[in-house]
Ligand binder design. Structure first.
Ligand code: ARG
Length: 461
């Protein structure tokens, strides 16, 4: 079969090498964007006088027909073609003959593939953002449902200070909000129209690039044709947004795996989001969460792999760039799958407030005891020392602050008085926080209201 470049060659390409270099099996996913780009290109060619009005209309109608057929019938997008660009051109020539052979005038696949992938990402990123918003919605619902329940917060995976359970869920929301923005940034990076760059040096036809950009929904045209032929920064930005997002999902998964385990028992996964063991009847495993954690490695791999592919490229298009698409598609599929799965996991999570509250009581109130002394005028460093001594003794005796009588308190410092008992408990501890980002209940409710407002503005379900 003749391909898009066979004229220069005397024989057939080595079928193994041709197959190796073909991208149709994966870039068929760009079908819709390829046709969209060509529809605009026809208009550009008509403006430049390459097509007469009637000719342009005929080619456009055939392209519209190809688009409609491909949308309706996925199996239509198939054949021995090298890539999706060759496929669309073959279909066009089959429909309009020689006229179709003029479509590629002044255009290169180098700019075409860049355009297609930019269009694809700008079309698909909003769907991923919606998935992110759905997980944020599920976390916000869980935060709401947790009400005034407290749990320990951790540093070094050791109990640190009491926090509201809702504060914990909103912590993950805060990270996901950044991911949502990072995806918007990737879309912004992709927002530059490359047509008119030709293979690398530009095109000889008077293409109205501003018209092409606005027709295709871009806010700007690329600045330099050489740069444009190999610029895939927008791919790196997208893969980074996906890798970072997946790192956050992995950390959320890890938290839930730990907190749902027998050792913590803070939350419980729904049966629907768990799996059993083929051997041990008692097991209820968090497989979906482990798989998300596992897949984060794969997503980091896509980013690292792509950066490695880009780093050694000489200026201008190189075939290495074809590697961008499989990374992008796989990243998209896996991130979307992980996000969709997490909505169910989070929605199905049961919270056990008695367990979380019990875990938030005891020696993790030590900082509050020190702050009590500071309130009575003791320098913090000194208070830290006094309370450290109390902790040492309580640990040795297997007791905690709640068990101390007033004389015992006062043996450690005369600054302690009756009021200490009312403030050394988890509820008082969270209420004692003062800053807007803290676990102070008013601050957490305000943060939750802000998240719900954001979701409403997005029109999230
Ligand atoms: N399949 C190619 C890619 O994905 C399209 C561009 C081919 N250009 C070329 N000069 N071989 O990058």
């Amino acid at each position: 079969m003749a391909n898009l470049w066979s004229g220069r060659f005397s024989g057939e390409p080595d079928p193994v090498a041709f197959e190796f270099g073909s991208s149709f099996r994966f870039d068929r996913r760009l079908f819709e964007d390829d046709v969209t780009g060509s529809l605009a290109w026809v208009e550009g060619l008509a403006g430049a006088g390459v097509f007469g009005k009637a000719e342009a209309e005929k080619v456009s109608a055939a392209l519209a027909d190809i688009l409609e057929r491909g949308r309706r019938e996925a199996t239509f997008i198939d054949g021995p073609d090298e890539d999706v660009h060759a496929f669309v051109e073959r279909q066009l020539v089959e429909r309009v003959g020689d006229l179709g052979k003029r479509l590629h005038t002044g255009r290169s696949r180098n700019e075409q593939v860049s355009l297609d992938l930019r269009l694809y990402l700008r079309r698909r990123i909003p769907a991923l953002q919606q998935h992110v918003a759905s997980v944020i919605g599920a976390l916000a619902r869980k935060a709401e449902a947790a009400g005034p329940a407290v749990m320990p917060s951790y540093t070094h995976l050791r109990r640190a200070m009491p926090v509201l359970v809702s504060h914990f869920f909103l912590a993950h929301v805060a990270a996901l909000r950044r991911d949502h923005e990072r995806l918007a940034w990737a879309s912004h990076e992709a927002d530059a129209m490359p047509l008119g760059s030709g293979a690398v040096a530009g095109t000889n036809y008077a293409m109205d690039t501003a018209m092409l950009a606005s027709r295709l929904g871009f806010s700007r045209v690329v600045a330099n044709s050489i740069d444009a032929s190999s610029d895939r920064d927008f791919v790196a930005a997208f893969l980074h947004a996906c890798a970072m997002l997946m790192v956050h999902l992995s950390r959320l998964s890890e938290d839930l795996i730990i907190f749902c385990g027998e050792e913590h028992g803070f939350f419980q996964l729904s049966d629907a989001s768990s799996t059993g063991s083929s051997m041990m009847p008692q097991k209820k495993n968090p497989d979906p969460l482990e798989l998300i954690r596992g897949k984060s490695g794969r997503l980091i791999g896509h980013l690292a792999g792509w950066m490695a592919t880009m780093k050694g490229l000489p200026s201008g298009y190189n075939k290495d760039l074809q590697e961008d698409k499989e990374a992008v598609f796989d990243a998209e599929d896996n991130v979307a799958g992980a996000l969709a799965t997490l909505v169910g996991v989070v929605d199905g999570l049961e919270i056990f407030p008695a367990t979380t509250t019990a875990a938030a009581s005891g020696l993790l109130l030590a900082t509050d005891v020190a702050d009590f002394l500071v309130g009575k005028g003791m320098p913090f460093r000194e208070a830290h020392e006094v309370v450290g001594g109390m902790v040492r003794q309580l640990l040795a005796e297997g007791r905690d602050f709640g068990a101390l009588t007033l004389p015992e308190w006062q043996r450690h410092s005369p600054l302690f008085d009756e009021s200490v008992r009312g403030v050394i408990n988890p509820d008082a501890s969270v209420r004692a926080r003062k800053t807007p980002q803290s676990t102070r209940p008013e601050a957490v409710f305000a943060a939750l209201a802000e998240v719900n407002g954001w979701l409403r503005r997005l029109g999230a379900p």
